[in-house]
Structures are given as structure tokens and as C-alpha cells.
Design a protein around this ligand. Structure first.
Ligand SMILES: *Cc1c(COP(=O)(O)O)cnc(C)c1O
Length: 369
């Protein structure tokens, strides 16, 4: 079976994790590695501050919580995203307003945002889907025009760039994930990045139960969203290899595109000229021109021991959000198409050339049978 993703843990990763255990460098006040991981990550992204969290989901939750938005504030988000983006909004008592995708970049259609901005709108969260940077210039324009917070959900886009600047350095806050299948991993883990000193302080306070002096007197209702030192040791070592991992991801995507481009009915995601797409996962869209449907292709590949996965289900249609979304929440027809036609292929960064060739020849075969 060729899986959609398999984690790569190096010998050095293991040594560093064991060292952290041996030194009792494990968590909270008993850790010496978290700060180094945060500093190195800040250096990589180019932000002033990075704050570790227990997951990408808690990074998003924390990022919204420090804005202290009034109840029922509206937050605009990409409709095609992990449910975590929407839940971070609802768990902070705000209303998600999902905006449709573009069919070429698969990212939020920035031209559809303005229509949904009103007095209650306080923030925009955009997802750099599959590692493909969103048009940040337009978002910065909207942020300034309407005085909104801009948050980047960069859970899939470590190392991607827009106008040569790293994704995650544009928003007031940006959130990363180090889940098992993300570009680098700590098992579970996340990071919030910011250039804002006041937000940095608040993030650190809120993620650690609001601990201040005197100890055990609490002024804010914080959370325990802490990463462990053991995980930070893994993250620190993984971060050393990040550029190699990303260049492998890009190589894999380029090979897929070269081998699949002549097949009618297969569409690739488009990225803008001024961006570096890091291809966290390699996605394709199976249009009507393909002989069989996407679901039939997925089944055919599964029978041949190739695992694939659907793209996200639009936040507009999520059963768990039905009662929370506004009645006039805009439709998301393009995200629906991405759900019906989109999938991603195996994208482990140690995937072998011959495995990619095998996958592509099976797809070719499916189109001719
Ligand atoms: C993975 C992911 C998350 C959630 O991160 P976890 O670490 O799994 O909690 C959030 N948003 C996007 C876009 C993701 O891909």
C-alpha cells in the first residue's frame, strides 16, 4: 500500500527526543528546548515572536482568544479548510462566515470577501490551502480599509512565500500545525507567530492558564495549550531539515505534473507567479473530461494499493455548523466542486520516483479502460 503520507523520523530526531528525556527536559518549567524551538521558528518565518501550542487547532483557538472579540462577532474564513479553522471561531463565541474558493488556486476567492464584510466583521482567517499562498496584497488592503484583524492559517504552508516573504509573516497572527502529516512534525503541536509585542504577551499568558504573580491568582480564563519539551526537541531537529523536506515536496509535485499533464480531465492547482507553493500534499481535480468519476478513480487506485484522500468539505455545508452559520451565509459552489472533484495523491517526502511513476500509469490506465 502506498499511503497518502508516511512520517519520516530520522535517527537524529530520536537522539534529540531521548536526550530531552534523559535531561528531564520535558515540559513547562522543566524544559530547556521550547524557547530554542520558538526562536529558530521565528527566524525561519521572519517574525518577532513564535509561541508553541499543543496543536494547530489550539494555535488557532488561542490566536482568536487573545483578540477578546465581542460575542457573535463575525469572522470571515476560507470555506475549504480543516474544520479546526471554523471551530476556533465558534469555540470563541464568534460566527464563521465561509467564503467560496477559486477554481484555479483552490484558495479563498479574495474578490468575494468584501460583500460579506459588515459592522460585526472583526477578522479574516485565510488558509494557504495545500501550501499554496493566498493573494496577501488584496487581504492587506481589506484589512486596512475595514480595520480588521488578519490571521493566517498556515498549517499546510511552512516555508511557502509570497513576494519572496514567508507565509505566516503577513497576518497580525499566523498559525502553524506540527501534526504527524504536516511539513514538519512534533507528533501533535502548533505555533502562533506574531510581530506584535502585546499579542505575544497575551498569547503566552492565555496558553498557560493565565499564570501570573502571585502564583495561583488568575486574572484571565486561560487554557493549558502547552507543548512539551519532548515535542519541542523533535520539532527543533525536524526544523533543521525543513528546506530539504520542502524541496522534496516540490520535486514530487513537478514529477506528478509532468507525468499527468497530457491526460484529459486532470486539472492542477494554479499558483501565482510571485509565490512559492510548497505542495504539502499534491492535489488534482478530476473533471468531466476524465473517463470515470473521481470516486471511481479513488476506488480503482485503492484496489491497486494506492491510498488517496478527498479535499475538504465546505464549511458552508458542515452539519455541526448548521445552527451557527448566518441564514444568509453565502453559497460556496466552487468549494462544492472541489469536494466533488478534488483529491490528493500520495505525497510523503520520501516517496520514490518509481512509486510516482506507478501511480501515474495507473491513473492513465483508469482513463482508458
Ligand atoms: C492540520 C490543519 C489544522 C489543524 O491542525 P492540528 O495540528 O491537526 O490541530 C488547521 N488548519 C488546517 C488548514 C490544517 O491543515
Amino acid at each position: 500500500m502506498i499511503k497518502v503520507f508516511e512520517p519520516v523520523i530520522t535517527k537524529k530526531d530520536i537522539t534529540q527526543v531521548l536526550n530531552s528525556l534523559k535531561k528531564g527536559d520535558i515540559s513547562g518549567s522543566y524544559n530547556k528546548t521550547i524557547e530554542k524551538f520558538e526562536n529558530n521558528f521565528s527566524e525561519f518565518i521572519g517574525t518577532k515572536h513564535s509561541i508553541t501550542t499543543s496543536s494547530g487547532t489550539t494555535a488557532l483557538h488561542l490566536a482568536i482568544s487573545v483578540l477578546n472579540l465581542p460575542k457573535n462577532s463575525e469572522i470571515i474564513l476560507s470555506s475549504c479548510t480543516n474544520i479546526a479553522t471554523a471551530l476556533a471561531i465558534t469555540h470563541n463565541n464568534c460566527i464563521p462566515v465561509p467564503i467560496d474558493s477559486e477554481l484555479n488556486t483552490w484558495n479563498i476567492d479574495v474578490n468575494k470577501i468584501e460583500k460579506s464584510i459588515n459592522k460585526k466583521t472583526k477578522a479574516i482567517i485565510v488558509v494557504h490551502f495545500l501550501g499554496n499562498p493566498v493573494n496577501m496584497s488584496k487581504l492587506i488592503y481589506l484589512k486596512k480599509k475595514y480595520n480588521l484583524y488578519l490571521i493566517e492559517d498556515a498549517a499546510e504552508a511552512h516555508g511557502a512565500t509570497y513576494n519572496k516573504k514567508k507565509i505566516g509573516s503577513f497576518g497580525d497572527l499566523s498559525c502553524f500545525s506540527f501534526y504527524a502529516n504536516k511539513i514538519i512534525t512534533t507528533g501533535e503541536g502548533g505555533m502562533v507567530c506574531t510581530n506584535n509585542d502585546m499579542l505575544n504577551k497575551k498569547l503566552r499568558l492565555y496558553k498557560n492558564l493565565g499564570f501570573v504573580e502571585p502564583r495561583f491568582v488568575h486574572y484571565v480564563q486561560g487554557y493549558n495549550f502547552r507543548l512539551t519539551g519532548i515535542q519541542a526537541a523533535l520539532g527543533l531537529e525536524q526544523l533543521k531539515n525543513i528546506n530539504k523536506i520542502i524541496s522534496n515536496k516540490i520535486k514530487i509535485a513537478k514529477l506528478y505534473m509532468r507525468l499527468l499533464k497530457k491526460i484529459p480531465g486532470i486539472e492542477f492547482v494554479k499558483n501565482r507567479n510571485n509565490t512559492k507553493h510548497v505542495y504539502w500534499m499534491f492535489g488534482i481535480r478530476i473533471t468531466e473530461k476524465f473517463k470515470i468519476t473521481k470516486d471511481q478513480l479513488k476506488n480503482f487506485l485503492a484496489k491497486n494499493q494506492i491510498e488517496t484522500r478527498n479535499l475538504f468539505y465546505s464549511m458552508r455545508n458542515q452539519p455541526c455548523l448548521k445552527k451557527i452559520l448566518k441564514k444568509n451565509s453565502p453559497e460556496t459552489p466552487n468549494s462544492n466542486i472541489l469536494w466533488e472533484q478534488g483529491m490528493y495523491l500520495p505525497s510523503s517526502h520520501n516517496l520514490k520516483k518509481k512509486e510516482i511513476i506507478k501511480i501515474c500509469s495507473l491513473i492513465k490506465k483508469a482513463n482508458f479502460e
